[in-house]
Design a binder for this molecule. Structure first.
Ligand code: NAD
Length: 268
């Protein structure tokens, strides 16, 4: 009985109270929804994005610290983390959410675009982790979350370069999870399916949600169990779980939040 009462009490408590969390790519989409969810759960939030106006607006909304940096730029990122040290004094969790999508076969994606995709999606994740790790270690442990993609779990013919960057992020998460366990730093990747964000509408489904759901999702041979795109909040909920103490035994996971897309094939 006492345990049940304690559980009910815990369920009503804010799940990230007392934690300081940094989110990159926090001006839009999944990153913004994640920063909002963290703030709702009682965390102090720090937001990093290349979009100066957007990050300022989001930081103002959430009463958090907002910094402008390109995640691929080592000096800018080191400067952002140093500024946050002065303002926040330490970090308990970092979500590497900044990323760019790109469509196209290998012949269509030229070297410049290839370099930019690797710079933002992989180098950006690497730099974010590299700056986060000593700070999480100084805190006695913490949580590092990468935003990969279902494209990091299954290959797709139409965007091999994007797939390669996102698969690399999954392996970064798994390797770091093994290497950092002794420091009590948990490392995981979230692998979303299609999510209702500006990136999706800019990229694969310029016709909007209906096109994505009736055309795109219906045409993939992969599982389409839930048959709809996700809201950014549904992905943010996974980030809240992974950062919270409820996930104390979860590390090295690549968590699909994809409505069943990578569960298997729809055909037989
Ligand atoms: P979004 O475009 O809505 O948001 C991305 C944010 O990252 C923007 O605020 C943008 O300004 C910022 N950003 C981009 N490049 C940056 C850089 N170099 N430095 C700092 N900030 C930068 O996109 P989203 O859909 O929310 O995507 C977030 C992450 O989720 C990405 O890594 C993306 O690959 C991944 N993802 C998205 C989907 C989807 O369907 N939307 C699916 C799977 C994975």
């Amino acid at each position: 009985m006492r345990n049940a009462a304690a559980m009910i009490q815990n369920a009503s408590a804010m799940r990230l109270e007392g934690k300081t969390c940094l989110v990159t790519g926090a001006a839009s989409g999944i990153g913004l929804a994640t920063a909002r969810a963290f703030a709702r759960e009682g965390a102090r939030v720090a937001l990093v994005d290349i979009d100066a106006e957007g990050v300022k607006r989001a930081a103002g909304e959430l009463g958090g610290a907002g910094l402008v940096a390109d995640v691929a730029d080592e000096r800018a990122m080191a400067g952002a983390f140093a500024a946050l040290d002065a303002e926040l004094g330490g970090l308990d969790a970092v979500v590497a959410g900044a990323g760019i999508g790109l469509e196209g076969s290998l012949e269509e994606v030229g070297p410049e675009l290839f370099d930019r995709a690797v710079a933002v999606n992989l180098r950006g994740s690497y730099l974010t982790a590299r700056l986060a790790i000593p700070r999480l270690r100084a805190r006695g442990g913490g949580s590092l979350v990468f935003v990969s993609s279902n494209a990091g779990l299954v290959a797709r013919a139409h965007d091999p370069v994007y797939c390669a960057t996102k698969a690399a992020v999954v392996m970064l998460a798994r390797s770091l999870a093994l290497g950092l366990a002794a420091d009590r730093i948990r490392v995981n990747a979230i692998c979303p399916g299609p999510v209702d964000t500006p990136a999706l509408w800019r990229g694969v489904a310029p016709g909007g949600r209906e096109e994505a759901e009736t055309g795109l999702l219906a045409s993939v041979p992969l599982g389409r169990a839930l048959g709809r795109v996700a809201t950014p909040e549904e992905v943010a909920a996974a980030a809240v779980f992974l950062v919270s103490d409820e996930a104390s035994y979860v590390t090295g996971a690549a968590l699909p939040v994809d409505g069943g897309k990578t569960a298997g094939l729809q055909v037989f």
